[in-house]
Design a binder for this molecule. Structure first.
Ligand code: TXA
Ligand code: MG
Length: 333
């Protein structure tokens, strides 16, 4: 897909950071890297700026945004942190963990989709934190991709998807983790609920909290809409049809056509021009997560009729996160 980009891509020089921070402080949009994926940021306390995020992404208004902060004190201004939240924040912030908590007045309804709660995260990416600090704004930022498409992990991904809809992209190289943050609902500290799997594991959270962390099951569309409107079944989806299997066995491969791409979890022994993989080594789920969205995008831009992809084995946090994204990418339209 070739687009004529109107967005400018900036190198992370002190001068450019100052310029981009000023654009944010004045109500503009800036796409910038975080350790998970690239985000499309705006001043979280500026309703008009946040509405522009929804417009640029084509995102429905019932899908709330995550507010990024640079310190616990700034998180306190956005959300009401209970003791459980302070405990996990102390251990996992800065990092790929988002907490859903009661919101403070002053957070615009557009950010939370009118919910009484808000999602907050203190990212570890230096450039993103620098933008928060220099702009003086908490930054609302969803992943910087058109709604429903594969998330972006490089500045080029952002430009491919939003290049004609936004003006400014900060290039900080490829996002280290590659899948979005773990989302933990701590509105009721006695009943922590995992809303989205990510690099921070459910077990680690349970250990710190001294309680079981329930996994949110998408029981009915209505109940999901009430808790996390954005956790739609179909998401992260390439245009090319995608089928998932436990293992790409020789028997299975034989049944696939010439224009079917085979996406292995790890590099297989037999390689053809239809063979692709997410990691070099077995059980290298950090590599798999890091490569996932880039591989899906490049396969989607290739001339394939179909993608057959393997699920990750085991229960490593990033294996579960990769499988969650793959399942939603493969969900029926
Ligand atoms: O890693 C990440 O979290 C990335 C980077 C940019 O920080 N951001 C990200 O944002 O993944 P996004 O918009 O793609 O996903 C945010 C999701 C929403 O779709 C929704 O499911 C959940 O966070 N969310 C936000 N506010 C919520 C709330 N008040 N209650 C429940 N879920 C909420
Ligand atoms: Mg997203």
């Amino acid at each position: 897909m070739s687009t004529t980009p109107t967005a400018r891509v900036y190198r992370p020089t002190p001068r450019n950071l100052a310029l981009l921070a000023r654009i944010l402080a004045e109500g503009g949009l800036v796409a910038a890297p975080t350790e998970t994926v690239y985000g499309l940021a705006a001043d979280a306390l500026n309703a008009k700026a946040c509405r522009a995020i929804f417009r640029a992404k084509g995102r429905p208004a019932n899908d709330p945004l995550i507010v990024h902060v640079a310190s616990i004190e700034q998180a306190d201004e956005i959300a009401v942190l209970n003791d459980a939240a302070r405990k996990v924040a102390k251990l996992f912030w800065p990092g790929p963990l988002t907490l859903v908590l009661p919101k403070r007045d002053g957070v615009p309804d557009i950010v939370t989709s009118g919910l009484a709660s808000v999602a907050v995260r203190l990212p570890s990416h230096q450039l993103f934190r620098e933008l928060i600090r220099r702009s003086g704004c908490p930054l609302a930022a969803p992943s910087a991709n058109p709604f429903g498409y594969v998330s972006p992990t490089t500045a080029a991904h952002v430009r491919d998807g939003l290049g004609k809809r936004i003006g400014h992209i900060l290039d900080g190289g490829s996002a280290k983790i590659g899948v979005e943050s773990t989302i933990l609902d701590l509105r009721d500290p006695k009943h922590p609920v995992l809303l989205r799997p990510g690099a921070v594991s459910r077990e680690a959270l349970a250990r710190v909290l001294g309680r079981t962390v329930t996994v949110h099951r998408r029981a009915t569309p209505a109940s999901t809409a009430a808790i996390a409107p954005g956790l739609l079944e179909r998401h992260y989806s390439p245009r090319t049809p995608l089928t998932l299997v436990r293992k790409l066995t020789p028997a299975l491969i034989q049944k696939t056509g010439d224009k079917h791409a085979l996406l292995f979890m790890q590099k297989p022994a037999q390689i053809s021009d239809r063979t692709f993989w997410l990691a070099e080594a077995p059980n290298a789920f950090d590599q798999a997560a890091h490569n996932l969205f880039d591989r899906l995008r490049s396969l989607d831009n290739g001339d394939w009729d179909h993608i057959h992809a393997e699920l990750a084995p085991g229960s490593d946090a990033l294996a579960l996160a990769v499988n969650d994204r793959l399942r939603r990418a493969a969900a029926k339209r």
